[in-house]
Design a protein around this ligand. Sequence first.
Ligand code: TXA
Ligand code: MG
Length: 316
Amino acid sequence: MNETVETRVLGTSDAEIAEAGQRLADGELVAFPTETVYGLGADATNDLAVARIFAAKGRPSFNPLIAHVPDLAAAEALCDFSEDARRLASAFWPGALTLVLPLKPGAPISKLVTAGGANLAVRVPSSPIATALLRAANTPVAAPSANPSGRISPTTAAHVLSGLNGQIDAVIDAGPCAVGLESTIIGFNDAPVLLRAGGIPAEVIEDCLGVQLHSHSDGDRPTAPGQLASHYAPKGPVRLNVVDPEPGEFHIGFGEVKGAVSLSQTADLQEAAASLFKVLHIADATGRNIAVAPVPDIGLGRAINDRLTRAAAPRN
Ligand code: TXA
Ligand code: MG
């Protein structure tokens, strides 16, 4: 464990956002809300600051980070956009979409952000707090989800503190995240590829491009380096598609399957996405084994099932 620091909890006043932006510009680690999940931000141009993200999360350094910028123009200063990439950016930015694009030669991004590769993952978040912070920091901000590597993603400042208190300089508390699942990640080889299912359903992206997305995995090898089999893991084991739980299991419901807590009693996938990580954190805190009701594998359900499958996977 690293030396601990005092983690300051900031609100969303102009002065506090300005302070958070200054802290980022000074090389500090600041967790902040986006519409998807809370991110752990650092100045993406500062090697030392980015290295601190990997240390705080216990994240493998071969796993690259997403650079967050306030608008398309700032993204275009860093990456080369193909026609398809520009179409997706104008349809879904600001929002829960990350594009993996060729990094422009000379763009001032730390090699730790791209894990030394030629491509940068870039995203323009829609949360107004995130936008204000990115403008205040006045630099691209590298931000993975603000959880210890491999654990459940945070959708509140309390989740962030439960995993990273003492490891980061500050967190901005702006309440729960609206989407609740990480961004959808699209890469471009010859054709557009779904690297991670997320807050914007793959079908919606396919409609926009007029083509089918290739899948994110190439056999057993995940294409996005962070797509490891075990991720989002509570401490206890997790079983999926469970209608009738075993005695002692903490049962997470959906729709008609009631459970101890429900992702959505009305079987609304948007509500289920927004509550998924909160419910997993609640289940985790009971210390019990976890059983989860079936969730349909369409639309946002695909991203929900992606996260649940990784939460249930054998731990590394
Ligand atoms: O919604 C989100 O995307 C959140 C918020 C904070 O913006 N961030 C997030 O970051 O989920 P993280 O680090 O937890 O997940 C980023 C994923 C990882 O699977 C990583 O391997 C992949 O993006 N990634 C990053 N850069 C990449 C690159 N250059 N090529 C391929 N995959 C990349
Ligand atoms: Mg993550």
